[in-house]
Write a protein that binds this ligand. Structure first.
Ligand code: ADP
Length: 265
């Protein structure tokens, strides 16, 4: 569904993407991980057509975004639905109106747009909150509205940029379950940019580790995890449980500060 071929992006002397080649299969969920400055945002901007790569190709369903003119690019961009860490909803519009908005912009009649918006609100599990304004919704509910709005133009690809970074663990779990459900039901290809390995472990089929604008590891999550030589396997495989005596000592020393002092999950 998505093929990047030798993608490069330079900003003056800074090389943000240094020859990225990657294939993401239709209807899979692919995680892109990497430290700050690795090139993740640049990749997102290239994928959404907001930024032109210096060279290379970005094929979406067989069409090279990097080679399209402005008008054709605008049309092609509708095939990608975007969700960000902080959803920007119109405060003065209801949840339903927010979701319907992208359809109204392209001239879909109001009744039809609202009907499609309601179907998506049902899909994301908050069908009864259509009349609520963003200020009346929880963070998780706002993120659901953001996902519904990203899906309203029936995109082929759903691109999620740090979708759960602002959410607590329980809400994160619920949103990731929703993302998988959406993939299963609609067959969309999902790309998740994240710094949270938990997200990759919970929901991704494939994963790519970016570093200094290059891919250093990439593959199916289950293969990466099975290969102890990969850096991603270290990050993704849960650490073995501590021996009981050590665990007991930790429980005693950390009773006043709940959490996970060892970083083990
Ligand atoms: P990440 O999203 O993984 O943190 P970015 O894509 O934001 O990484 O950045 C990759 C590299 O490109 C960094 O060195 C960053 O400073 C540089 N960069 C990103 N955008 C610009 C820009 N508009 N102008 C100049 N340098 C940029």
């Amino acid at each position: 569904m998505i093929t990047l071929r030798d993608l490069r992006k330079e900003y003056g002397t800074v090389t943000a993407l240094d020859g990225v080649s990657l294939h993401i299969e239709r209807a899979t969920i692919h995680g892109i991980v990497g430290e700050s400055g690795a090139g993740k945002s640049t990749l997102v901007r290239c994928l959404t057509g907001l930024e032109r790569p210096t060279s290379g190709a970005i094929e979406l369903a067989g069409q090279d975004l990097a080679a399209l003119g402005e008008t054709a690019l605008r049309t092609a961009r509708r095939r990608i639905g975007m969700v960000f860490q902080h959803v920007h909803l119109f405060d003065s519009r209801t949840a339903l109106q927010n979701i319907a908005y992208p359809l109204r912009v392209v001239g879909v009649p109001k009744a039809e747009a609202l009907q499609r918006a309601q179907a998506l609100l049902d899909l994301v599990g908050i069908g009864e909150r259509g009349d609520a304004y963003p200020s009346q919704l929880s963070g998780g509910q706002r993120q659901r509205v953001g996902i519904a709005r990203a899906l309203v133009a029936e995109p082929d690809v759903l691109l999620l940029d740090e979708p759960t970074s602002a959410l607590d663990a329980t809400t994160t779990g619920a949103i990731l379950t929703l993302v998988r459900d959406i993939r299963d039901r609609l067959g969309v290809t999902v790309v998740i940019i994240t710094h949270e390995m938990e997200v990759v472990r919970a929901v991704c089929d494939g994963v790519t580790l970016l570093e200094h604008g290059r891919i250093v590891e990439s593959g199916r999550v289950r293969d990466v995890v099975a290969d102890p030589r990969t850096r991603l396997s270290l990050a993704l495989v849960p650490l073995p449980p501590l021996p009981p005596t050590t665990q007991a000592a930790l429980d005693v020393s950390f009773t006043s500060s709940p959490g996970n002092p060892t970083g083990a999950r």
